[in-house]
Design a protein around this ligand. Structure first.
Ligand code: PMP
Length: 382
């Protein structure tokens, strides 16, 4: 129940990757036949990732080491390239830390950033994005969907606004791609962050879609690989794996999605029957694989540890920042008080979960909640 933190590599992906670790080890820059084979595999993977996100030209896919690097490349690269046109960037208050901290760093170098607030369900209002635009705005960065509460943002609407005003539009689709159909063309997206592991590819791989004609200033300089945007010998096994994972995701998205929605809704509908329990995130504009809650009077960390003892892995707040005891900035931005945000539980489903897993969670969660509340001095005992 913690696919959002790490997903297993699909066995079909692993099989596709294996030859490139020891047998077929060419470098795509080499002229010999092994090099040329690697180059062909690299380009085949590029086409598969492009197809997954509706990119008409595979050349617009730049392979990176993962979503964090893609977000850094998109934001820094666009800010530096277009700084003569303006210094204003618009984002939301619920972005991942790889967006938040990159933008904070850009603020230290003189960029101005407007953080659009979200409503209680974590939704960004496209009209507020529109009103925040000034003649100095060069970039809008809004995530496709939030991985902590599952809310899917009005990306197409914001894309239309950005494209009307000729402002670059970056979308972090890490949590969404492979779960819901994403189309850079239809949604007017100029820069799209894509993660490999979130589509059951290997960790250490990712991609950034860069619309043809958009220029970025790269920060990884060297041999000029990836059209000069990201130097360094390509991670061929990782890229082949990501390509295979993208191909599978594209073929199976409809069936996977329907199955996940069924399991997610069972989790949501049943867990919400527990008293003093609330859904976090939007009820319907929600990723198929995310069931997220908050429980009054108890701490998320205690829930996670108790569930762990029952063989269930889950998250509270953001898995990426759970080393801090600060409540999730996403839940706070949605208007929750600190004590409310501390009682959060995030269940992220994936390809290998079964209905039996869901049964086990549905038996365990109420038991854990009752046990912890019995120990809580805050819980109003009847
Ligand atoms: N963006 C979003 C929306 C995420 O949820 C995450 C974490 N899975 C990232 C970016 C960063 O991903 P990674 O740590 O794999 O670079």
């Amino acid at each position: 129940m913690d696919y959002g933190s790490a997903s297993p590599v699909d066995p079909r992906v692993l099989e596709a990757m294996m030859p490139y670790f020891d047998k077929d080890i060419g470098n795509p820059s080499s002229l010999h036949s092994a090099g040329r084979r690697a180059k062909r595999e690299l380009e085949a993977a590029r086409s598969k990732v492009a197809a997954l996100v509706g990119a008409p030209n595979p050349k617009s896919i730049i392979f990176t080491s993962g979503a964090t690097e893609s977000n850094n490349l998109a934001l820094r690269g666009a800010a530096m390239r277009y700084k003569d046109k303006g210094n204003h960037i618009i984002t939301s208050s619920i972005e991942h830390m790889s967006v938040m901290n990159t933008l904070k760093d850009l603020q230290r170098s003189g960029f101005e950033v407007t953080y659009i607030p979200v409503d209680k369900d974590g939704l960004v209002d496209a009209e507020r994005v529109k009103s925040a635009i000034t003649e100095k705005t060069i970039l809008i960065s809004i995530m496709y969907a939030n991985g902590e509460v599952g809310t899917v943002e009005p990306v197409k609407e914001i894309g239309e606004i950005a494209s009307d005003k000729k402002i670059l539009f970056h979308v972090d689709s890490t949590a969404a791609v492979g779960k819901v159909p994403v189309s850079v063309e239809e949604e007017h997206i100029d820069l799209l962050t894509i993660s490999s592991n979130d589509v059951y590819g290997p960790r250490g791989a990712g991609a950034l879609y860069v619309k043809q004609g958009v220029r970025l200033i790269p920060f990884m300089l060297g041999g000029g690989q990836e059209y000069g945007m990201r130097s360094g010998s390509e991670n061929i096994p990782g890229i082949v794996g990501m390509g295979k994972a993208a191909e599978i995701a594209r073929n199976e998205i409809a069936g996977d999605g329907a199955r996940l929605i069924r399991m997610r809704d069972r989790l949501v509908d049943t867990i919400l029957k527990t008293e003093y329990t609330y859904l976090t995130g939007h009820r319907t504009k929600r990723l198929p694989n995310i069931a997220s809650f908050r429980f009054s009077f108890i701490e998320g960390e205690s829930i996670i540890l108790q569930l762990n003892d029952m063989g269930i892995t889950a998250s509270t707040g953001s898995a990426c920042s759970s080393k801090t005891l600060e409540p999730s900035h996403v839940l706070i931005a949605m208007g929750l008080r600190h004590e409310e945000a501390h009682g959060s539980l995030l269940l992220t489903l994936g390809r290998y979960n079964s209905e039996e897993d869901v049964d086990h969670v549905l038996e365990s969660v109420p038991e854990v909640i009752t046990k912890l509340r019995a120990l809580s001095p805050l819980y109003p005992k009847k």
